[in-house]
Each structure stands twice: as structure tokens, then as C-alpha cells.
Write a protein that binds this ligand. Structure first.
Ligand code: PEP
Length: 246
């Protein structure tokens, strides 16, 4: 199992350092692999606190270009320079607030691979898609468009690890959790879709995962862990989620 924490744009420097130290302690008893996605300005802090621990870390976004005149952006190689191993690609908040397309996400994943970063690639449908019965089609389109583009660009040469996160947008940060049936159906669909592209990858569930629902979600056959947003900011709650991933 993989438990990944997405801090989003939260925490002071002091609180970030304290939480990273808690993660270090949590990892001592964890059977799951832990990855934390910190705000870019805390990459040095994460490198400091997490070096020589089993907790891996990464950034929440990278630019698709290697370098250049992109004010405010950060490159994959800058992230890797801080000892980070991962980048989050295609999170719904990036798609929504930064107009990220399936092709742009593939370019970011390719750039990440060229810098030695592994990627967690997020997919998920909106509430409207869910209500209209289009969930499977939307997620299949996101997966195939991005992964075909990524496969063509990397030419089979990369050793980049890929993890998929299925995150129904309507369940992110809302307290609404997809039902166990909905999660099972979509995870089986994601695995079948990527198998059709010749890809095998762990599939995480994301969307209001909390200590009280984690064990049921982790017991599902095609769930390989979770991407946790809000609940990852609380050390006690996060440690309970990690403990549920046995
Ligand atoms: C996320 O940010 O990817 C996420 C799943 O958030 P939350 O757990 O708060 O729903």
C-alpha cells in the first residue's frame, strides 16, 4: 500500500517542520510506503527532516519545460535537486484553476521522467459527470489521452515509477466519500484501461479519506492505497489512516 499526503497550500514553516517530524515517527511503524507532497517552498525542509527516513517526498506540480522564462514556475529538475523523488501531476485543482489539459499533464510527466522524478497521475470525474453516468468515459479519456502521449514522448526508455490516483472531484475536500461500490467499479475500470495500454500501476483512492473510512476503503480488491488531502495535515488522524493500511 502507498499512502500519499497532499498538503496543498497549507501550513506555516514551523507547522510544516513539526508535521514532517511526526511523519518520520509514523513511518517507523508503518507497513505502507509514505509519500508527502509539500508546497515547493518547503522542499528544503522536507529534505532536511526526511533524509535517512523511509518517507519519500515530492512537489505538487512542475512545469512542462526544462527551464526558461516562466515566472513563478518551478522545473522538475529543481524539485529533484532537493532530493525529492516525486511530483503530483493532473490534480483536479490544477486542472480547474490552471486549465491543465490531458496533453499538458503528459508533458509534465515526461519532463518529470527526464529529471528522474516519479509521478502520481490524478484522474477523476466531476459531480455532473457522475450524475449523467459519464464517470467511466471521462476517466478513461483522461487516462488514455495522457498516458498515450506520455508513452510516445518517453519512448519506453524511462525508469519512472507511475502511480494513478482516482479522485472523484465531488469527493475532494467536501467530506463526501465515494461509496465502496463506486470506488470498486472505478478502480477495476482504471486497472483494465491501463492494462489495455500495456501499463501496470498501483491505483490510489483520493477524496475525503479519513481515519473512520480508511480501513473499509483499503479492504477493497483494487485499492492500493490513498491520496489524502485535508486529513494529512493532522498527525494523529494521518497516523490512524497509515495504521489502517496493513
Ligand atoms: C486531495 O487533495 O487530493 C484530496 C483527496 O483531498 P481530501 O482528502 O481533502 O479530499
Amino acid at each position: 500500500m502507498i499512502i500519499a499526503a497532499n498538503w496543498k497550500m497549507n501550513l506555516s514553516r514551523q507547522n510544516a517542520g513539526d508535521l514532517l517530524k511526526s511523519y518520520r515517527d509514523i513511518s517507523a511503524d508503518a507497513s505502507a510506503s509514505l509519500i508527502t507532497f509539500v508546497p515547493a517552498c518547503y522542499l528544503a525542509l522536507a529534505e532536511d527532516v526526511l533524509s535517512k527516513t523511509s518517507v519519500q517526498f515530492g512537489a505538487q506540480d512542475c512545469h512542462a519545460a526544462e527551464k526558461g522564462a516562466f515566472t513563478g514556475d518551478i522545473s522538475a529538475s529543481m524539485i529533484a535537486d532537493f532530493g525529492a523523488g516525486w511530483v503530483l501531476c493532473g490534480h483536479s485543482e490544477r486542472r480547474q484553476y490552471h486549465a491543465e489539459t490531458d496533453n499538458l499533464i503528459a508533458e509534465k510527466m515526461t519532463q518529470a521522467a527526464q529529471s528522474g522524478l516519479n509521478a502520481i497521475f490524478c484522474v477523476g470525474e466531476s459531480h455532473e459527470d457522475r450524475l449523467s453516468g459519464a464517470s467511466v468515459d471521462v476517466v478513461t479519456r483522461q487516462l488514455t489521452t495522457t498516458l498515450q502521449h506520455w508513452q510516445a514522448a518517453r519512448g519506453g526508455r524511462s525508469t519512472q515509477s507511475l502511480v494513478i490516483a482516482y479522485e472523484p472531484i465531488w469527493a475532494i475536500g467536501t467530506g463526501l466519500v465515494a461509496s465502496l461500490e463506486q470506488i470498486s467499479e472505478m478502480h477495476a475500470g482504471v486497472k483494465a484501461c491501463i492494462a489495455g495500454l500495456g501499463i501496470t500501476a498501483p491505483v490510489l483512492y483520493g477524496g475525503s479519506v479519513k481515519p473512520d473510512n480508511a480501513a473499509d476503503i483499503f479492504a477493497l480488491a483494487d485499492v492500493d492505497g490513498a491520496l489524502v488531502g485535508g486529513a494529512s495535515l493532522d498527525a494523529e488522524g494521518f497516523s490512524q489512516i497509515v495504521a489502517a493500511a496493513r
